[in-house]
Design a protein around this ligand. Structure first.
Ligand SMILES: [Zn+2]
Length: 163
């Protein structure tokens, strides 16, 4: 069910919202996934920051099935997203310190924030860029990193009668 909040009102009222959304419902996130089973649990809390800006604490938990960039099979990825978002007005320049503050993400003040879209944005931003299994299960999975295998270790295993 789409939920929409007004950033200023939600923060002023110290609003709190939580819910469960099916992973399959996130059309953009699906591009990163090898499967869409399961749900995503979220919680969002509003507060005013020290600078009197609307601020949200967003928590998202889910077990995502990312797609391995090497073998394209699924990788279980326990998502545990915790982020702080601060809304900034159009004519309110950010200081370099604020831009450099990795603990806080900024977004424009909006009277209609689509909670599901916000969650989807933040989840996608938090995903590893190129997820890979530590050891892919496919027989030819080693091809992509063959340069990392030392020829000496191959010789050694041949001598020992192992493959
Ligand atoms: Zn893999």
């Amino acid at each position: 069910m789409p939920q929409v909040i007004d950033s200023l009102t939600f923060a002023r009222d110290a609003g709190s919202l939580k819910g469960v959304l099916p992973i399959a419902g996130f059309s953009r996130l699906r591009d990163w996934l090898a499967g869409t089973a399961g749900d995503l649990v979220y919680r969002i809390e509003g507060a005013m920051s020290d600078r009197k800006r609307p601020r949200f604490l967003l928590e998202v938990d889910a077990l995502l099935l990312l797609r391995c960039q090497r073998c394209l099979e699924g990788i279980q990825y326990p998502l545990k997203l915790r982020c702080v978002l601060e809304c900034v007005g159009e004519n309110e320049p950010l200081t370099p310190e604020e831009i450099g503050d990795e603990a806080v993400d900024f977004l424009p003040v909006q009277d209609k924030i689509d909670v599901a879209a916000l969650i989807e944005d933040e989840v996608i931003l938090s995903l590893p860029i190129a997820p890979r299994h530590e050891n892919c299960v496919l027989p030819d999975a080693g091809r992509g990193r063959a340069e990392k295998i030392s020829p000496f270790s191959v010789l050694k295993s041949l001598k020992n009668g192992k493959t």
